[in-house]
Design a protein around this ligand. Structure first.
Ligand code: B12
Ligand code: SF4
Length: 708
């Protein structure tokens, strides 16, 4: 369906093209994907606002104005082609680069200059320009460069009366000002709410709609730009209008939402909105949504319960750190670390998954403390999903301003402000070490053991959501990308490279793409196999087995925490030997618990389990006489993981044992082939392997896609 089509008319046509620019990777290629993860809220908001002006005839009536959108993450932007098409149609082209965050600013500037070469009027808006101009005014070199090249900049939100109409009429009549400073944050009560656009949403893996029900935040975190750009007073849209659009979207087949408010729990309309969604559900129109909230919101009366009834399946919480000192230094004093576990538990009880944002490189962080804190996040706080960000002094934040005032060195490449790069020297980390710690945090959290633990203990009704979310994070991080700014299947164009880097020869580019392809296939295969095993172990239908495995995994986590404490203490004091005794004791308890659960299984499993476990008791107790040095502790860890947990899993779930046997066969075959050895034994297994791979692979793929 085409939402906006051209009419034959006497008036001159004007095309307003809103583009969400991408950003560059470290090799200078813009990020493009075949399918994206999240659609852009700013892009659809800007189109809805402009369409309203067109409908209300607020734009110069001498022209016939049309509006189009393009998201560079998932759609290609060919500047020459776009300009030539407009020329052929004899229409005036106006380009708006929208929602430009700091990490997108370099790409946005390059696109702007490309369009300016054809004299196309270009306007840039979004958080980078707004944040910088609010704190430093327009006299900043990067911004001046653009204005000198005829690009117009917009600082602030444009919903206010006449604001966008003025800018667009100036653009249509070729009289754009170098910049527009919007003095007041507008009331958004009556701002148009974008309706779902199937043409745009088809570029994403799942058709999810976005709505910002409110803007502004009452808190005062020093690393955040919201306070300076959108203000501390909360302004909201009309709940009634939002509900009307949601119902209309439902009737058109769209029922999944991301409410992009920075803090939905402080939105004055949350109750009215949730009540409306509950009523829609009673009418059979079931909506599902995720939202961002703060760490205190679980205490708001009725908030958690109503969110669950209204269809919330995931909350994103800005936890940022588990070190209280860090939180005080960053002004995030509303976060109470001692309450984190209770908070997560309260959301879980309501059947809602908890995803936290976590910053590494806060003032008190060190490489060791990050490892320690991530362990706590897994074992004590028990969140279902975590996104890690490298501490970044984003322009527009108090942190950025203060660093500049103190004369500290910060990166001058905006493209690096994506929370995945080091942008300032941290006193506790050598250069490059912060990035390593950040990667370590991802790999520790998304380790296979923790993913199994998450899937075993998450609310059962959210099993498939947790499954796909963790899978996405694992897949993105294996490809060294941030899951939030990542899509499925990367695209690159040879000639589309950052102007500061040379265009590669065809052969060099083909070589790069071949390497990318092989890496992509490898990662997809790795994730497929890993998750097949994870699914075999954690499937929802194995209710009793899941429960006993869940407690085995939580024991394993506890034992590992003790082991880490011993390893970190580095000296064998009285305390260490007590801890050591404690883990041996805990492991014995684990054995006892596992053999008790065997009573619920069939006789054969029970017998095998008893045989396996009785031999282990002696081995565990033999550790009592060993010194708790590093080698012994590692041996102990491997005994618990391999001999107790793995064999328990294999005895309980036959298909897991089978999967692992075939994995070993593949590894053996690969090894044999690498050294040029041929074994007849390998051939005999081929029919069994093929049958298993096809049968289990298909069963897994169908279950994961149907999510049943
Ligand atoms: C939802 C969200 C996301 C989502 C989706 C974003 C999307 N594509 O919709 C996800 C999860 C993917 C995401 C990821 C990231 N985000 Co984010 N995100 C947001 C959030 C919460 C809401 C965005 C939104 O919908 N705003 C509402 C729209 C309507 O407002 P707006 O974009 O400012 O647009 C208005 C004006 O700026 C102006 N305007 C904008 N463009 C134009 C263009 C023209 C021509 C004109 C005239 C006017 C104009 O008019 C608009 C209407 O008033 C914002 C915070 C916020 N409150 O906005 C952070 C925010 C934008 N994100 C931020 C950051 C840092 C990131 C990440 C780098 C990582 C991270 N730390 O979260 C990644 C980067 C991903 C990427 N490269 O795209 C920062 C950006 C700061 C900066 N200077 O760069 C923000 C401000 C949050 C913060 N705490 O500081 N984000
Ligand atoms: S980080 Fe979150 S809580 Fe803190 S000021 Fe920004 S939006 Fe508000």
């Amino acid at each position: 369906m085409k939402l906006f089509s051209y009419k034959k008319t006497q008036k001159k046509n004007v095309k307003i093209l809103y583009i969400l620019p991408s950003h560059y990777d470290d090799d200078g290629y813009p990020y493009h994907f075949w399918k994206g993860l999240l659609p852009s809220n700013t892009l659809v908001c800007m189109r809805a606002l402009t369409q309203k002006l067109i409908n209300e005839k607020k734009l110069d009536e001498k022209f016939e104005v049309h509006v189009e959108i393009k998201d560079e993450f998932v759609q290609s932007i060919d500047v020459d082609k776009t300009v030539n098409e407009s020329k052929k149609r004899n229409e005036i082209l106006i380009v708006g680069l929208v929602g430009v965050q700091t990490n997108m600013f370099a790409r946005a500037s390059d696109l702007a200059i490309m369009f300016r070469k054809y004299q196309v009027p270009v306007i840039i808006g979004g958080f980078h320009v707004s944040g910088v101009m609010k704190l430093f005014g327009p006299d900043v070199p990067d911004l001046k460069f653009l204005m000198d090249n005829g690009v117009s900049l917009v600082c602030g939100e444009v919903e206010g009366d006449g604001v966008l109409a003025t800018i667009l009429n100036d653009a249509i009549n070729n009289r754009l000002q170098p910049y527009y400073m919007i003095p007041k944050s507008p009331d958004i009560q009556d701002a148009p709410i974008p309706v779902a656009d199937p043409e745009y949403l088809k570029h994403f893996m799942q058709p999810m709609c976005t709505i910002d029900t409110s803007r502004g935040c009452p808190f005062n975190c020093s690393f955040c730009t919201i306070i300076n750009v959108q203000g501390r007073k909360i302004r909201c849209r009309s709940a009634e209008k939002i509900l009307q659009v949601i119902e209309q979207n439902y009737d058109n087949g769209f029922f999944s939402y991301f409410f992009t408010d920075d803090n939905m729990s402080r939105s004055p309309i949350w109750k009215e909105l949730f009540m409306g969604l509950i009523e829609l559900k009673q009418k059979g129109k079931k909506i599902r949504f995720m939202m961002q909230i703060d760490t205190q919101s679980w205490k708001i009366p009725d908030f958690v319960r109503m969110a669950s009834e209204a269809g919330c399946y995931l909350v994103f919480i800005g936890m940022e750190s588990i070190n209280p000192q860090n939180l005080v230094l960053m002004g995030k004093t509303q976060n109470k670390t001692s309450e984190y576990a209770e908070m997560v538990e309260s959301w879980h009880r309501a059947g809602i998954l908890v995803h936290v944002g976590y910053i590494v490189g806060m003032p008190c962080d060190t490489p060791q403390s990050i490892i320690h804190d991530v362990r706590l996040l897994k074992t004590e706080v028990k969140v279902d999903e975590a996104s890690f960000f490298i501490m970044t002094p984003i322009p527009g934040s108090k942190d950025h301003k203060e660093r500049l005032e103190r004369g500290e060195k910060i990166s001058d490449d905006c493209n690096h402000y994506d929370s995945c790069h080091e942008t300032f020297p941290h006193p506790n980390f050598k250069i490059g070490e912060l990035k390593k710690s950040w990667l370590k945090a991802w790999s520790l959290f998304y380790s296979k053991d923790n993913i199994i633990d998450i899937l075993l203990r998450c609310p059962p009704e959210q099993y498939w959501n947790a499954f796909w979310l963790t899978l996405w994070n694992r897949y993105s991080t294996l490809l060294s990308n941030h899951p939030m700014s990542m899509g499925f299947l990367r695209k690159k164009r040879r000639k589309e490279r950052r102007p500061t880097m040379e265009i590669e020869s065809i052969s060099a580019f083909l070589h790069r793409r071949m390497k990318d392809f092989i890496n992509q296939v490898k990662v997809i295969m790795q994730v497929f196999y890993e998750y097949q095993e994870i699914w075999l172990l954690t499937r929802k239908q194995l209710k009793e087995k899941r429960e006993s495995l869940a407690s085995a995994y939580s024991y394993l986590q506890e034992i590992r925490t003790c082991l880490t404490q011993i390893l970190q203490s580095n000296q064998y004091t009285q305390f260490v030997s007590q801890e050591y005794e404690q883990i041996i004791q805990k492991t014995n308890e684990l054995l006892l618990q596992l053999s008790q659960t065997s009573g619920q299984m069939n006789r054969k499993i029970q017998r095998r389990l008893e045989q396996q476990l009785s031999g282990l008791k002696e081995q565990i107790n033999s550790f009592k006489s060993c010194v708790p040095n590093i080698e012994n502790l590692i041996r102990f860890d491997s005994l618990v993981k391999k001999k107790i947990i793995c064999s328990y899993e294999e005895i309980m779930i036959k298909s897991v044992a089978h999967r692992r046997k075939i994995n070993r066969w593949w590894i053996g075959l690969k090894h044999d082939l690498s050294i040029g050895r041929f074994r007849w034994k390998n051939m005999f297994y081929i029919p069994e392997v093929l049958f298993f791979e096809i049968f289990t692979g298909l069963r897994f793929a169908i279950s994961a896609v149907r999510m049943k």
